[in-house]
Design a protein around this ligand. Sequence first.
Ligand code: NAD
Ligand code: GLY
Length: 369
Amino acid sequence: MQAPTSLRRVAIDLGERSYPILIAPALLDHPESFSDLPAATSVLIVSNTTVAPLYAQRLQSALQGRYKAVHVVTLPDGEVHKNWQTLNLIFDALLQNGCDRKTILFALGGGVVGDMTGYAAASYMRGVPFVQVPTTLLSQVDSSVGGKTGINHPLGKNMIGAFYQPLRVVCDLDTLKTLPDRELSAGLAEVIKYGPIADLAFLDWIEANLDRMLARDMDALAYAVQRSCEIKAWVVGQDERESGLRAILNFGHTFGHAIEAGMGYGQWLHGEAVGCGMVMAAQLSCELGMVDSAFVQRLRTLVQRAGLPVVGPRLRADDNAGRYLELMRVDKKADAGEIRFVVIDGPSRASVRGAPDAMVRKVINACCV
Ligand code: NAD
Ligand code: GLY
């Protein structure tokens, strides 16, 4: 069978761990999407209670011609389940089905399923191959690419995990048609992120094409996924394990992770917290004299137009800023207890730095209810 004519390919260049990202409609039904993967007797599709009824059968059919046994494990849905208990359900399925070292895991779902499946793949028998089949906008533009895998800890988000690259990422754009509006908006937060940190021309494009994306125009979404993946590929290709540059992909995430953990996982969607967090990080960049207030307003308007919150929640009745600071100290970028923020310090340019607590408090007080 021929590859779809609309197929877009982005390469992640990591030497022997390099892999392609395939982007097009109807890829799930296309056995070609999964051709030339390694031979295996069995494979395991990992999905959840929302996505499996929509798409697992189609993926199973595409894989059945190639693999003798195609097993499916269905996890509970939600960020609140991104933990040890749920991870163990994947190991249970692998062991109960006699899966071996060649078994390939397929992550069919959003970032929660993708992060947990990747971590299970990194650990099962000390490492088995896996393929990302992301079905949310957020996972197609960000989480399925670059090999960050893991689970949450009650004290901090994504605190347990591993860098482990997939064999391939298959983005079937048609899956975005069933995505709830709120989740589409959450994905747009991560699309918007790439503009300020790396490509102001892309930010212009997002502003001009946001309504098309909200209306699920497939050409607009295809370009957004492609350009986002190209930028992520460029960053990850230089700094796979986040010893420096890769941290810029966390623009808005330091404030955002505090919102997610402080509100209780799942209350604010990850993308919502990142959207609001980007406005707060832009405000901090302004306080540091790196961007002007017009830039902060530009970003705030765009985040709001995408259907995302731009005012942070109150995490504690008294000393709200103190609670944000407490939570932000449990961040992987923190260095000897000092919180480090991704700030915008020029056109298409971001860097990572600390800021005085008093200044951060001022930003939080200005940006929260
Ligand atoms: P998610 O995985 O929770 O998916 C959002 C919701 O949409 C879920 O209810 C899911 O079941 C549902 N869903 C998924 N696909 C659907 C479809 N096609 N149709 C209908 N419903 C569908 O959330 P997400 O936004 O995809 O991912 C967020 C997670 O990703 C967070 O845990 C975050 O930490 C992680 N993340 C990881 C990275 C990384 O580099 N690994 C980057 C960004 C975010
Ligand atoms: N989403 C941040 C990263 O992949 O590094």
